[in-house]
Unconditional design. Structure first.
Length: 108
C-alpha cells in the first residue's frame, strides 16, 4: 500500500473515531431528548461513515471492502430512518422540542 493511501486511511479512521467520541460526549452532556437524538445521529452518520471509509482503504479491493460498503449503505439508510421514527414518536407522545429535560415547556 502506498504511503499516501496509508496516511489517508488513517486520517479517515482518526476523524471517524473523533466524531464517535464527540458524539458520545454529547450523549452524556446534552440535556434534552432531541439534542441527544441529534448527537446519536452524528455518531451514526459521520463517525461510522468515516471509519468505514478508512477501513475500506485499508482493505483494498477485496471481499472485505465489499462487505464494509454494504454495511455503510445499510447504516446510511437505516440510521436517519430510525432517528426520524424515534423523534416522530416522541413528538406524537407529546414531548415538545422546546421542552426542558423534565418535559416541561420552556419559559421563553
Amino acid at each position: 500500500m502506498s504511503l499516501a493511501l496509508e496516511v489517508l486511511s488513517w486520517a479517515l479512521i482518526v476523524a471517524g473515531g473523533a466524531f464517535c467520541v464527540i458524539g458520545g460526549i454529547g450523549l452524556l452532556r446534552l440535556k434534552g431528548f432531541y439534542t441527544r437524538t441529534h448527537a446519536a445521529s452524528v455518531i451514526d452518520s459521520a463517525g461510522a461513515g468515516l471509519l468505514l471509509a478508512g477501513l475500506m482503504l485499508q482493505a483494498g479491493w477485496t471481499l472485505t471492502c465489499v462487505k464494509l460498503a454494504v454495511i455503510g449503505v445499510l447504516i446510511f439508510f437505516a440510521s436517519p430512518t430510525a432517528t426520524h421514527a424515534l423523534a416522530n414518536a416522541a413528538l406524537v407522545r407529546g414531548l415538545r422540542p422546546d421542552a426542558d429535560p423534565e418535559g416541561e415547556p420552556s419559559k421563553r
